[in-house]
Design a protein around this ligand. Sequence first.
Ligand SMILES: [Ca+2]
Length: 335
Amino acid sequence: MNRRQLAIVGFAYLAGLAMGAAPLVPNGSFEDGTTTPTGWRLSGGVGTWETEGHTGKRSVSVTGDGTGSNTWMCPGVVLTAGKIYQIEFWTKSSADISGEFVISGTNACNFDWDVKAPQWVKRTTIARVPPVQPEKQFIRFGHWRAKGKVWFDDVSVREMTVEFAAKGKMVLGGGESVANGQYTFVAPLKEGTNVSRPLQEPSPAFDSDRWRLSGDAKLLFVHSVSDPDGKACPFSEGRIKASVIHHRSGACAVAVSRDGKEWAELGEIAKDGEGEFALPPALSGAETVYVQLIPKKKEGDTRAPSLEVNGYGFSARLGRTLPDMKGATKFVPVK
Ligand SMILES: [Ca+2]
């Protein structure tokens, strides 16, 4: 992005603020309501419209007994599949809290947090909403198998767009790098996002630092890199690494293609752990490498495939000399 484009983005952002762009979340501080906070609903279980807050005089809480889960839902805030959202909220937990997680986000784009938060703390996530159960993509905040009380206040949601690092027309996002004639991509899952430049089709549900692969959901990565003048650079000796966690049934098949049409299956991962796959000679010299991770039913198994992918990487030798560069992803508010 050049200086002029940056200026335009900056102007658009300021213009949005000046026009008083409506917040996406109504009553995000829980101050309004008569018997319950307007716009919010408890999914069930124990929950309270509290008379204290991080700001103002109100907040909401859920109380768990160490089993099950419940949330405060905002059915009016349904996130759109394919868009990237930043979700922020403040939370704290009772001194005696124990058990599993505080949860935030949506059913299909969930983030787990440590239950321990003795003081109000701000939590922020940024993720692309997957096209899973669109009717259930409303935001909700609560607990999963926690024992004790968890408060929430000052919820906000903002649509974001991405800018990737660039040297001329050579563009690399977070998790990508070029060094010593080698291209490397490691999906930035540990940073808690499902957004990356190579990931084209993030159709599986996302959970904190992993994708839930089941049903028709699949992951499609497209790898390509150009020099600063925009000339594509061929890959050779490509290798793919993927890792599976919470394997319950089926397998994660790894397939590759140089045109996105004809695919060759390299193998599969059918248990918890990492698999590594070398690209076939037919893809040597390809300027674009397509990779799919696909849930696959195991022969003779009546169960649908169900597993989670908590790691993905691609590396290859570069056919021409490119400057060393570390990629980066910057998230910018849409307005
Ligand atoms: Ca409040």
